[in-house]
Design a protein around this ligand. Structure first.
Ligand code: SF4
Length: 385
């Protein structure tokens, strides 16, 4: 049995409430990216901040908030002053816990030491830097706007500023990346002192420039076996440096888990603000209009749609997402929340996955094995079918 993680108690998790703020601007649009991210929209930035403030004020209900996360896009395409202003209005609008995690994504090309000092002064406690690789040819292949030197300097600046936690996002399995390139990227970010690393396999997402290049034979697709080798390397190297895997793609020193992401992975409620942002409250999922210009024109009436999933579907999603955690699904807790033991509900599927060596089933939990961590998608698809 893998280690059962010391999750916060179930009642605390059920009450956790997050806030997500989407900043859709980027310096360049990376060809592999399918996020709601836009380059060349400098004229929209100012009006977008005003529109965000309108949407937040319209939703103000003074309810408790435990975590806040500014994602993108590249949130640091806005100034620390603008980001701090949004944070102040959030604090006026909700009862933000004194020890709330306040996280922000940043990219090396849009940060300096002064950026990080400004973010810290504004109240951000955690920074997640989009490093992706420290190999110049890999960054070039990915179409990123920064160099390895800039990424290293940004990590050092973020560390020196004094945030509670600094994360480095890395992508593995880019064609042309050798195992040694990947090792050097992992070792390079660890050398800066980060206490959290996220590792993602490069995917060819539909309707991206990369997908069209791959379809036309202009670019090679990533290789599954290469990606498995690189995941295995990370799984050995990061724990050896004191960062334990607590979720398929996330590794942290003790106490450095992303509390905001835990809110998603454990079925917590969250409010979403900004273009294309999603929210989830008591089983109701809603999403905003995705175009930044439409968002600005329509704020605060920006909700584009919503759905209420049947309980059975929500339970399947909770099982799939919960399995991503290293401790897996706590059977008793799952039964308490969803009224069913996952091993009874998906007996055939889970026994088959166990037979393939992808999961372990005990009296207490269902958890991925080492092999299962890389093949989680296979288990997930079987639970949905
Ligand atoms: S910087 Fe990030 S969000 Fe922006 S285009 Fe590139 S991958 Fe997408």
């Amino acid at each position: 049995m893998t280690n059962t993680l010391l999750l916060p108690t179930a009642p605390a998790l059920r009450l956790a409430r997050g806030v997500y703020v989407h900043i859709p601007f980027c310096l360049v649009h990376c060809p592999y990216c399918d996020f709601n991210a836009h380059a060349g929209m400098d004229d929209v930035k100012g009006p977008y901040v005003e529109a965000l403030l309108k949407e937040i004020r319209a939703a103000a209900d003074g309810a408790p908030v435990d975590t806040m996360f500014f994602g993108g896009g590249t949130p640091t395409e806005l100034s620390p002053g603008e980001l701090g202003r949004i944070l102040r209005v959030l604090r006026e609008s909700f009862e933000v816990a004194p020890d709330a995690e306040v996280a922000i994504e940043a990219n090396p090309e849009s940060t300096t030491r002064a950026t990080f000092d400004g973010l810290l002064a504004a109240g951000f406690t955690r920074v997640s830097l989009g490093v992706q690789s420290l190999a110049p040819h890999v960054l070039k292949w990915l179409g990123r706007a920064h160099t390895p030197e800039r990424a290293r300097a940004a990590l050092a600046d973020a560390e020196a500023a004094g945030f509670d936690h600094v994360n480095a996002d890395l992508i593995f399995g880019t064609p042309g990346e050798s195992l040694e390139d990947w090792r050097a990227s992992l070792e390079g970010v660890l050398a800066t002192g980060v206490d959290h690393v996220s590792t993602y396999a490069l995917q060819v997402e539909e309707r991206t420039p990369l997908a069209s290049w791959v379809a036309r034979g202009l670019r090679q697709a990533p290789d599954d076996d290469d990606q498995a080798d690189r995941y295995e390397l990370a799984a050995g190297l990061l724990p050896a440096a004191g960062l334990e895997r607590y979720e398929i793609s996330n590794w942290a020193k003790p106490g450095a888990w992303s509390r905001h992401n835990l809110c998603y992975w454990t079925g917590g409620d969250y409010l979403g603000f900004g273009a294309g942002a999603h929210g989830h409250r008591h089983g109701r999922r809603s999403w905003n209009v995705s175009s930044p210009r439409t968002y600005v024109a329509r704020s605060p009436a920006v909700e584009e749609g919503w759905e209420e999933l049947p309980a059975a579907e929500r339970a399947a999603e909770a099982a799939i997402v919960g399995l991503r955690l290293a401790g897996g699904l706590d059977r008793a807790r799952f039964a308490e929340v969803w009224g069913m033991d996952p091993v009874v509900r998906w007996e055939g599927e889970l026994r088959e996955a166990a037979g393939l060596g992808l999961i372990r089933i005990t009296e207490q939990a269902v958890a991925l094995t080492e092999r299962g961590f890389f093949l989680w998608g296979h288990v997930a698809r079987s639970l949905l079918s």
